[in-house]
Design a protein around this ligand. Structure first.
Ligand SMILES: Cc1cc2nc3c(=O)[nH]c(=O)nc-3n(C[C@H](O)[C@H](O)[C@H](O)COP(=O)(O)OP(=O)(O)OC[C@H]3O[C@@H](n4cnc5c(N)ncnc54)[C@H](O)[C@@H]3O)c2cc1C
Length: 472
C-alpha cells in the first residue's frame, strides 16, 4: 500500500484522509493536540502565554472552536476557480462532494423557501442600486458548541478505517531526494511516497520556508486587512434572515479598493486570536441558537501588492504588530463615531454605549492611529454604502475591532490539476497553501489532492508536471 503522510489535521487534511482511508497507508501529523484535549485555559481573557494556542492548532484545525458556518460555494472560501487546470466546473463537483460528506454526518444546508427567493431578489436589487455586489451562498450552521463532537466522530471513523493520527508532531523539515520524501519532527522521522502539506494559516510562514528550500513555484495572494464590525443584531437581521453569512463586495470611491463582508455571526460574539508570531487578531463566532444581542462580521479591504514588496502579508503583519503595541497586547475596539471625530474610545464611557462590546479582552483605543489612512478610508466609505442596504450600520454607535486580517500565504503553484507542486509527489492544500479561506474550500482542496494521489497510485493518467509548467 502506498504510504501517505498528511501534515495538518484541519479540514484540508481531514477530508484528504477521508478520501484516502482504506486505499493508502495514511498518517496524519499535527503540531497541536487531539480534539478531546484541545481546550483554551482562558477563552474570554487571553493571557498570551500558551506555547501553542489551543484555539488554532490541533485536530479539527483552526475551525474547531469556530462558528461552524459551512458555506457551500465555489465563489467564496477558495481560489480553486482561478487555479490552472481546475476551474469552476471541477470546483463545483468538489463542493458537491464535500457537501455529500458533511451530509453523512447530518450537516445539511438550510433549505430555502419561496420567501427566501423573493427576499434574495430584493436584496440583489438593493445591493445593485447601492453599487454593491451581493453574492448569495447556501450554508449549514453547526455552531461552536457542536463542532467538537462532529470532528471527534469524523476522526474516529477515519481511525477505524486505519488512518493514524499523531498529535504533538511539529514538522520542521521536509526532504526530497532521489524521489524519496522524508518528513522530520523534533523526535521522529517519517518516510512516504506522497506528502500532503496542509498546515493552515498558522503554518503559512513555516511553509514559506519549505517552499523556498525545495524550490517550489509560487505567487503572492493579495493582502486582506481591516476590522470586525459589531452592531445590534436588529440592524442586520433583515439581511441575515435571507443569507446568514452575508457576502457583499463594495468598491470604494476614493482608491477603488474592494471591501468585503464575510464571517457574519448573528447573535454571536467577537473573539480574540493570539498568534505566536507576536500579534493578535480578532474573529467571531456564534453558538447554535444565536443567543447573544449583537451581530458581528469581518470587514476587510483587499489590496494586491506588486514589486518590490509583492508580499502583502508582510505588510499586514506589520500593521497587526503596530495594533498590538498600541493596544497593550490586546486588539483595539473603537466606536465608529469616535473614529470619525478623531479621538479614542474610552472604557469609562461604556455605560452610554448602545452597542455593548461582546469581547471584553480588548483595549478601547483609536483605530485611526493603528491602520493606514487608505484602509480607514476604505472601511468608512464601505460602511456608508452598506448603510443603504442595512440602515443603521453606519451609526456612531457601531463598534469596530482591529485588526482583523486574513493571511492567505503564498499561493503555491500546482503542476497538475490535483494540487501537486512542482516537486514530484508533494501536494499542498488549504489555507496555508494560499488555496482557500474557509472550511469547505480547504476541504475541497483536500479532496482534490487525495484524488491526485489516488490517480497516481492506480496508474491513471495525470497531467505531466513539465507540461503544465511550460504553459505558465
Ligand atoms: C475563530 C475562527 C473562526 C472561523 N470560522 C469559520 C467559519 O465559520 N466558517 C468557515 O468556513 N471558516 C471559518 N474559519 C476559517 C477556517 O477555520 C479555516 O479556513 C480552515 O480551518 C482552514 O483549513 P486548513 O485545513 O487549511 O487549515 P487549519 O484548519 O488551520 O489546520 C491546519 C493544521 O495544521 C497544523 N500545523 C500547522 N503547522 C504545522 C506543522 N509545521 N507541523 C504539523 N502540523 C502543523 C495546525 O496545528 C492545524 O491543526 C474560522 C477560523 C477561525 C480562526
Amino acid at each position: 500500500m502506498k504510504k501517505v503522510v498528511i501534515i495538518g489535521a484541519g479540514p484540508a487534511g481531514l477530508f484528504a484522509a477521508y478520501k484516502l482511508a482504506g486505499k493508502c497507508d495514511v498518517t496524519v501529523l499535527d503540531k497541536g493536540l487531539s480534539v478531546e484535549k484541545r481546550s483554551c485555559p482562558s477563552p474570554d481573557n487571553c493571557t498570551n502565554t500558551c506555547a501553542l494556542c489551543a484555539k488554532l492548532y490541533g485536530e479539527g484545525g483552526a475551525g474547531l472552536m469556530s462558528d461552524g458556518k459551512i458555506i457551500f460555494s465555489t465563489e467564496i472560501g477558495s481560489f480553486l476557480n482561478d487555479v490552472e487546470g481546475i476551474g469552476v466546473k471541477k470546483n463545483s463537483q468538489l463542493v458537491e462532494e464535500v457537501k455529500a460528506i458533511f451530509g453523512k454526518y447530518g450537516i445539511h444546508p438550510v433549505v430555502e423557501n419561496v420567501d427566501t427567493e423573493q427576499h434574495k431578489k430584493e436584496l440583489e436589487k438593493a445591493a445593485a442600486m447601492a453599487g454593491i455586489r451581493y453574492v448569495h451562498t447556501t450554508l449549514a450552521h453547526v455552531g461552536t458548541d457542536k463542532l467538537r463532537d462532529l470532528i471527534q466522530h469524523f476522526r474516529n471513523d477515519l481511525a477505524e478505517k486505519g488512518v493514524k493520527f499523531i498529535e504533538k508532531q511539529d514538522v520542521t523539515e521536509i526532504h526530497h531526494e532521489s524521489g524519496k520524501i522524508t518528513v522530520k519532527t523534533k523526535d521522529n522521522s517519517f518516510e512516504c511516497d506522497n506528502l500532503l502539506i496542509a498546515p493552515g494559516r498558522v503554518g503559512a510562514k513555516w511553509l514559506e520556508g519549505v517552499v523556498r528550500k525545495l524550490g517550489m513555484q509560487f505567487q503572492y495572494n493579495p493582502m486582506d486587512i481591516g476590522v470586525r464590525v459589531e452592531v445590534k443584531r436588529q440592524i442586520t437581521e433583515k439581511v441575515t434572515n435571507v443569507c446568514r453569512d452575508m457576502k457583499f463586495q463594495i468598491p470604494t470611491d476614493t482608491y477603488k479598493d474592494m471591501v468585503r463582508t464575510f464571517c457574519t455571526c448573528p447573535g454571536g460574539k467577537v473573539a480574540r486570536e493570539t498568534h505566536s508570531e507576536g500579534y493578535n487578531l480578532v474573529n467571531g463566532h456564534s453558538e447554535a441558537g444565536d443567543p447573544y444581542e449583537n451581530t458581528n462580521f469581518a470587514f476587510l479591504v483587499t489590496i494586491p501588492f506588486t514589486e518590490p514588496m509583492a508580499n502583502g502579508n508582510e505588510y499586514a503583519r506589520r500593521i497587526a504588530e503596530t495594533v498590538r503595541e498600541l493596544g497593550g497586547n490586546k486588539p483595539i475596539v473603537q466606536r465608529l463615531g469616535d473614529l470619525r471625530a478623531g479621538h479614542r474610545s474610552k472604557r469609562k464611557h461604556i455605560a452610554s454605549y448602545i452597542v455593548k462590546p461582546s469581547l471584553d479582552d480588548a483595549t478601547f483605543g483609536d483605530i485611526g492611529l493603528a491602520l493606514p489612512h487608505r484602509i480607514v478610508l476604505a472601511l468608512t466609505e464601505g460602511l456608508k454604502k452598506l448603510d443603504k442596504i442595512m440602515p443603521g450600520i453606519n451609526n456612531d454607535d457601531t463598534l469596530l475591532y482591529a485588526p482583523e486580517a486574513k493571511f492567505h500565504a503564498l499561493r503555491i503553484k500546482n503542476s497538475d490539476p490535483y494540487l501537486q507542486t512542482s516537486v514530484k509527489g508533494i501536494y499542498v492544500a488549504g489555507d496555508g497553501a494560499g488555496m482557500s479561506r474557509g472550511i469547505v474550500g480547504a476541504a475541497a482542496c483536500g479532496v482534490l489532492a487525495a484524488e491526485g494521489i489516488l490517480a497516481e497510485a492506480h496508474g491513471l493518467p495525470s497531467h505531466s508536471s513539465e507540461g503544465m509548467l511550460k504553459e505558465e
